[in-house]
Design a protein around this ligand. Structure first.
Ligand SMILES: N[C@@H](CCC(=O)N[C@@H](CS)C(=O)NCC(=O)O)C(=O)O
Length: 146
């Protein structure tokens, strides 16, 4: 064991300038390295527009919802009952601090400020009334399966 420790200490003190790798031996060293790496890989936060558009573009079914909203509950129940194999992406906007901004953007994008606001394959279906009607008419199934 003593020999191993002596060997380790020799290796650590050996001078190989060109190949020297900085290994932090203190919490402060780790802190500096962490900040260097996180600073170089940090990204700008997404705008509300990007959050909404990314959600719609990257999911087959997106529901902008409020967790307490009875219409939203009906819409989520419809998808759960009639499309059990699908997993809608549900954004409960009342649980976020950009709730108002998301509604403002949805209003400008779709003319609808209320929730639920349902999108299937990037097409806006509408609120709960329109979504239930689309299902009764067979249009929702076509959109989901397109
Ligand atoms: N008829 C609409 C009713 C939707 C509705 O009134 N939603 C309420 C929440 S339960 C809403 O968004 N109110 C405006 C707001 O919360 O800003 C539908 O079928 O979706």
């Amino acid at each position: 064991m003593v020999m191993l420790l002596q060997l380790r200490s020799r290796l650590l003190t050996a001078r190989i300038p060109a190949a020297r790798i900085y290994t932090p031996r203190s919490a402060y060293g780790s802190f500096i390295l962490f900040n260097l790496f996180s600073a170089s890989s940090s990204k700008a936060p997404m705008s509300v527009q990007e959050i909404v558009d990314n959600a719609i573009d990257s999911h087959k079914i997106t529901i902008f919802s409020k967790s307490w909203c009875p219409y939203c509950k009906k819409t989520k129940a419809l998808f759960a009952a009639e499309f059990p194999d699908e997993e809608p992406y549900v954004l409960e906007i009342d649980l976020r601090d950009d709730e108002e901004a998301i509604q403002d953007y949805l209003q400008s994008k779709t003319g609808q400020r209320s929730v639920p606001n349902v999108f299937v394959n990037k097409t806006q279906v509408g609120g709960n009334d329109k979504t239930q009607a689309a299902f009764k008419e067979g249009k929702l199934q076509k959109l989901v399966n397109q």
